[in-house]
Design a protein around this ligand. Sequence first.
Ligand SMILES: [Zn+2]
Length: 223
Amino acid sequence: MRRSISILVLFFAAFPLFAQAPFPAPWPKPMAPEAYWQTLMTGNATYMAGALPYTGLQAQRDANVAGQNPPVTVFSCADSRVPPELIFGRGIGDLFVVRVAGNVAGPFDIASIEYAIAHDWTRLIVVMGHEDCGAVKAALDPNDPATPSLVALVQRIRESFIGWPTWTGPDKTERAIEANARSSAAYLLAHSEVIRKAVLDHKVGLIVAYYNLKSGKVEEVAP
Ligand SMILES: [Zn+2]
């Protein structure tokens, strides 16, 4: 009996991939932009449950050596607590990720997103703000930060604060973060003909999202 158990243990140690399907699974293709969002939400639920097995990274690494084709572009904050691949349960070659403090777009961020669209990779753009964003909190501070570059950053974020005078409750920061994320998405449309045309032609979806630090949940932000 003990010997047969040992053989079983040896089998699964030697062939761990037999025990479960490779994760992340490849993107089902082709899909409508909304279907990519649903797949991201499924991955987010797995991440929230603390159940990301990541058995397929080696295979993904090999499969993407010759080139990439990431159907989802994520534009999010540089905050170390907001790693898009983990949050959405995806792996190598899955997401085209552009990150900058406060998820506010400058010319090179826009160029990065245009690059992915021009290669006909992108089917969905997710602009994602997050709970406790330091850049947005600095923008809510009436005083300017210490350097010209930081001032430029918070000034851009403040341009989204139309409702600022009415934000008095405990959700003030969250409302500011959502306003900034919506504004960032609008900025992409206003300042890039490539992005604007792709979205208005319904070739590429555009979703504004909010990431909760503690639960790990990503929620769509209402327009
Ligand atoms: Zn942030």
